[in-house]
Design a protein around this ligand. Structure first.
Ligand code: ZN
Length: 102
């Protein structure tokens, strides 16, 4: 078990042992407690998948000078962006309940 995972479960012993410890700022070397959140594996997978898909839109099309092409692609990516926002809101609930324990 990684050090940050061990530290997390020591500080929050009621955390589900099957949860993933996610780095909120996505920096896996940034292991301070405020940057970590335990979330279900399924939510973690959905978050990273939708984030990757959303980023690929922004990387490829958001600054595309061809506005018509960019907006056509945006429709295609809309569900990924929607899923990403849904995941962020779900993770925020875990962060809020964690903050109540601190
Ligand atoms: Zn993660």
């Amino acid at each position: 078990m990684s050090r940050y995972r061990k530290d997390y479960y020591e500080k929050y012993p009621d955390t589900d042992p099957n949860y993933i410890i996610h780095h909120i700022d996505l920096n896996r070397r940034h292991n301070e407690m405020f940057n970590l959140i335990a979330i279900p594996n399924e939510l973690h997978a959905r978050y990273h998948f939708s984030r990757t898909c959303t980023n690929s839109y922004f990387d490829a099309y958001a600054f595309c000078p061809d506005i018509e092409e960019a907006s056509h692609r945006l429709e295609f990516y809309e569900s990924h962006i929607h899923n990403f926002i849904t995941c962020v809101k779900e993770i925020a609930k875990y962060v809020q309940s964690k903050d109540r324990i601190c």
